[in-house]
Design a protein around this ligand. Sequence first.
Ligand SMILES: C[S@@+](CC[C@H](N)C(=O)[O-])C[C@H]1O[C@@H](n2cnc3c(N)ncnc32)[C@H](O)[C@@H]1O
Length: 236
Amino acid sequence: MKEKIIAAYEALADRYDARIDHKPHNAYYDRPNTLKLIGNVQGKTVLDAACGPGKYAEILLAQGANVTGFDISPRMVELAKQRNKADGDFFVHDLSQPIHRFKDESFDTVFCALAMHYLKDWNPSMQEFCRLLKPNGSLVISIEHPFFEHLYFKSKKYFEVEAVKATWSGFGKRIKMPSYRRPLVECIQPITDNGFYIDQLIEPKPIPEFEKYDQRRFKELNAFPSFMHIRAIKRY
Ligand SMILES: C[S@@+](CC[C@H](N)C(=O)[O-])C[C@H]1O[C@@H](n2cnc3c(N)ncnc32)[C@H](O)[C@@H]1O
């Protein structure tokens, strides 16, 4: 599964980067809500887990954060470096593995936008996020809404974590993207079992700019959420 995810993103990376500034689901649905939960980052140390082509990093660097980002796709990391020139620090790393280069309590904020669904078991990553955060530091994740995924993948096994595959056509060439869908409890419990309490949960609606790019989906997302955003605080 992991090799297929890497291959899909290596093939997609340049087109993803070219569209990320205005792609409606990212620019006018995911980012406004994730950034709202991240809050003021002036002078803060921020870890962007699964940073993609570094669009979040670009925004947070401009707001005065000290940003470190990683991604499993070498091409995505290259694009994040190009986008952010000499700013930020970007490296290739797998979200499911510990990051030995950082000491405990290195970051004020850790966030992971639209990537947790590539992992079957969230527990090791949550443990590592907790280790890396300062006490009271915040973890922000955006994920595909578990009820949306259940319907989209026509699952008959709600309570299981299932390997699924979607066909993406929003980035030009059609691409098969594997991931894992999970029930709501599997989005919450790995967070609360690994040193966090949940502080905020958003079932987002798109911001008005979305409608200019895609009227049909704007209407759909105002009727039923595709994504969910969670902010958790390190308990100790
Ligand atoms: C939908 S993109 C989101 C990128 C970025 N967070 C954003 O919102 O613009 C998902 C990213 O997760 C990365 N990814 C997938 N599995 C990963 C893993 N196990 N470790 C690190 N990155 C991973 C992909 O390479 C891709 O860049």
